[in-house]
Structures are given as structure tokens and as C-alpha cells.
Ligand binder design. Structure first.
Ligand code: PLP
Length: 415
């Protein structure tokens, strides 16, 4: 490889390493970068409030922890089946039947090290160089990153605040080409929290039905985190005739407060499940045995804590939306689900900080919040829509109140 941009070591003591294209064509996750910067500042003694990261602040429920401890004592400490132990596949299949109306058995289930690995396996197993993956924007950063690792081309369909941050079936139809392999629907959405109603999903299904080569990833990670009576639906449940080309992605990370346990899963056509297992057998093999037993307990156990957590999230959502909308130049729609708000800051662009620096874009705004307010948020550019920012309200009420007070002060200081 002759391109020097594909090597490291210039000006350092380490020898140059020639990296593969699949690494050089992708950027590190911008959300992880901001969270890391916030952690560095905190380690340097600064009082940074991190509202950039996407995980519940609640602890894993006690009955799930106990199941993990029991799994250790019972000797479930060995390698397992590559894409999930039979008890977990059965529990996942039962979850999809019970909660989503899917007609699936354990053979349709793939379990991986987080929903992220399951998504990675699905795209790596199916996307060839030049294939297109349709990604409604604003989008979760990994949809684009994994598509690029797989050699595919992300086709972003951006919707703005005027469209309610949602894709229309007409725009989906217009974007489909003979190279379109997948469309990814993520409802409720990371980063916007917007959700598609059953009728909106049925309209997407009508489009997809007309294009037999197009497959669908339905990313349902935020299924259980919804507000104000929003009713979650998923496309495979609404359109069973499309089941042979839908991958329904879910996991325990968000709803069950288990981000660190790294268990995600999907329901998919059997040949795809097998191809994904083949890939996983050459990378991580099985997810952690103990975490798999904990996930069985999560899926089969009591779920009352989800409603309790949601009551807290709903309270925080109301507080954050009201506070942001009271700030001049900020406009913040109320999300249907997840634990993010995505706020429009068009009214702040071009303003000047007390130190004379100009807020020219949303990255400048996020930098201003980090430097002047010590609050970490993610600029909209990371998710494909500017000028905006994403703030996670998965933090304690008093922490959120302090952060909102500091953000208001920074905004009031802009001229
Ligand atoms: N999908 C969406 C939309 C997400 O926001 C995330 C995590 O942030 C995931 C999938 C993957 O989660 P995990 O790998 O923890 O299961």
C-alpha cells in the first residue's frame, strides 16, 4: 500500500503500519470520542457532566444479577453454542412471539455480543462492495460505520425538524435502486427519540413489498422505553408476509439496564441466521456464558422495573424538553421514546461567545458547552443533521437540573 495516509508513524518512533482499507475508510465513533474527552476532563479534576453517552443510569435488576451468580456457581463458565445457548434462543423466540407477534422459533434466533455485533454480522454477511444501505437520518452512528466496514455505501435520507425528524414512504421509494440491499428502520430512534406508528410502518411495508430484493433491519433496541402513550410496533409483526426479508434486532442493553453484559439478539430468516453464526464463529465465538444465563432471567423474569424506570425517564424528559424550549434559539421536540432529546439550534448559529469565538456550527456549540459549562453533549453533525445536538436524559434529576442551568447560562451569554 503506497498511500502514506494509510500508515502511522510519521514523526513518531513507531514503525509505519499499513492498515487495511476497511479501517482507513471509517472514522472512530464520534459519540465515543466525545464521551472519552469528557472522561479525560473529569480525570483532570474538572466537574464535567456527561450527557453524551447512550445508556440507562439505572443498575441491572437484582434478579438478573442473582441469575448470573448462580450461573457461575453452577459451572456455566465454558464456551457455549456460537450464536446462543438453547435456553436463551428459546427465551428470545418467546419474547418475539409474546411481545411482537412474530412467528418464529429458536432456529430464527441469533444471539451476539450486543446488538451491535448482531448488526455487524448481518451486514458483513450480506453487503458486497458497492451495495447500498438506506439509512434514514439522523441515524445511530454505527449504521453508517458498519456499512462502510462491510464495503457498502450508506445512502442517507435526511429528514429535518419540519418533517418531524421522520422519513416518508415516498422518499424511501425514491431512494431504492437495484443496488439497495437493506433499509434500516430504528424506532424509537437513537438519536432523536422519534417513533413510527403502526400506520407509518405499514406504509413502509407497502413500499418494501414492491421491491423484492430489498431487506429490512428493524432496530428495536428502545422498544420498551416509550412515553405519552406512544405504542411501539415492529414491521415483521405488522407485515408477516415480509418475514423472509426482515431482521428484527433487539437486546437487553437498554430496557433491562444491561449495557455492560453485552447480549443482543435478532429474529431473522434461518439462512441468514446460519451465515451470521458462521462469521461469529470466526470472530468472538459465543457471547459470555454468564451473561447469556443472566439474559434468560431478564427475558423470562418480572418486568415491573421497566415501568418504574420509565416513570423516571418520563419525568426527566418533561423537565429537559421544557427547559431547553425556554432557552432562546433552541427548539426541542418531545421524543416518543428512548432517552434522548434532539434539539434544533439554528437560532444560535452565528452568535459569539464572551471570549469572542463564534458559534459557526453545532460542533462549535458542543465545544462551547464542554469548555464553558462542562456539559458533554453530541453535536447533530455526528448523526447526519445539523445544526442540532443530542442530550441523553439518562441521568439523575439533580444532575440534569444542574446541567440545564449551566447550558442556559452559556446560551444567555452568547451575543
Ligand atoms: N441500536 C441502537 C439504535 C443503539 O442506540 C444501540 C446502542 O447504543 C445499539 C443498537 C446496540 O446496543 P448493544 O450493542 O448494547 O446491544
Amino acid at each position: 500500500m503506497s498511500d502514506s495516509s494509510k500508515t502511522t508513524g510519521a514523526g513518531s518512533d513507531t514503525p509505519s503500519i499499513a492498515f487495511a482499507d476497511r479501517v482507513t475508510r471509517i472514522a472512530p465513533s464520534p459519540t465515543v470520542a466525545i464521551s472519552s474527552l469528557a472522561l479525560d476532563l473529569r480525570a483532570a479534576g474538572r466537574d464535567v457532566i456527561g450527557l453524551a453517552v447512550g445508556e440507562p443510569d439505572f443498575d441491572t435488576p437484582p434478579h438478573v444479577k442473582e441469575a448470573a451468580i448462580r450461573a457461575i456457581h453452577d459451572g456455566h463458565t465454558k464456551y457455549t453454542q456460537v450464536d446462543g445457548i438453547p435456553e436463551l434462543k428459546e427465551a428470545v423466540a418467546e419474547k418475539f412471539r409474546r411481545e411482537n407477534g412474530l412467528d418464529v422459533s429458536a432456529a430464527n434466533i441469533s444471539v451476539g455480543t450486543g446488538g451491535k455485533q448482531v448488526l455487524f454480522n448481518a451486514l458483513m454477511a450480506t453487503v458486497q462492495a458497492g451495495d447500498e444501505v438506506i439509512i434514514p437520518a439522523p441515524y445511530w452512528v454505527s449504521f453508517a460505520g458498519i456499512t462502510e466496514v462491510a464495503g457498502g455505501t450508506p445512502v442517507f435520507l435526511a429528514s429535518g425538524f419540519a418533517d418531524g425528524l421522520k422519513l416518508s414512504p415516498e422518499r424511501l421509494e425514491a431512494a431504492i435502486t437495484p443496488r439497495s440491499r437493506w433499509v434500516i428502520i430504528n424506532s424509537p430512534s437513537n438519536p432523536t427519540g422519534m417513533g413510527y406508528s403502526a400506520d407509518e410502518l405499514r406504509a413502509f411495508a407497502d413500499v418494501i413489498r414492491r421491491h423484492p430484493n430489498l431487506m429490512v433491519i428493524s432496530d428495536d433496541l428502545y422498544e420498551h422505553l416509550t412515553y405519552d402513550g406512544f405504542e411501539f410496533s415492529t414491521i415483521a409483526g405488522l407485515a408477516p408476509d415480509l418475514a423472509d426479508r426482515v431482521l428484527t434486532l433487539n437486546g437487553v442493553s437498554k430496557s433491562y439496564c444491561m449495557t455492560g453484559w453485552r447480549i443482543g439478539f435478532a429474529a431473522a430468516p434461518v439462512p441468514l441466521v446460519k451465515a451470521m453464526a458462521k462469521l461469529q464463529s470466526q470472530s468472538t465465538s459465543s457471547p459470555g456464558s454468564i451473561a447469556q444465563h443472566a439474559a434468560v432471567a431478564a427475558l423470562n423474569g418480572p418486568t415491573g422495573f421497566i415501568a418504574e424506570n420509565n416513570a423516571a425517564f418520563a419525568r426527566r424528559r418533561a423537565m429537559v424538553v421544557a427547559a431547553l424550549n425556554a432557552m432562546e434559539g433552541v427548539s426541542c421536540p418531545a421524543p416518543d421514546g428512548a432517552f434522548y432529546v434532539f434539539a434544533d439550534i439554528a437560532g444560535l448559529i452565528g452568535k459569539t461567545r464572551p471570549d469572542g469565538k463564534v458559534i459557526g456550527n453545532d460542533s462549535d456549540f458542543a465545544a462551547a458547552l464542554l469548555e464553558l459549562a462542562e456539559v458533554a453533549v453530541v453535536p447533530g453533525v455526528a448523526f447526519g443533521l445539523s445544526p442540532a445536538f443530542r442530550l441523553s436524559f439518562a441521568a439523575a434529576d439533580d444532575v440534569l437540573q444542574t446541567a440545564l442551568g449551566r447550558i442556559a447560562e452559556v446560551i444567555a451569554s452568547l451575543r
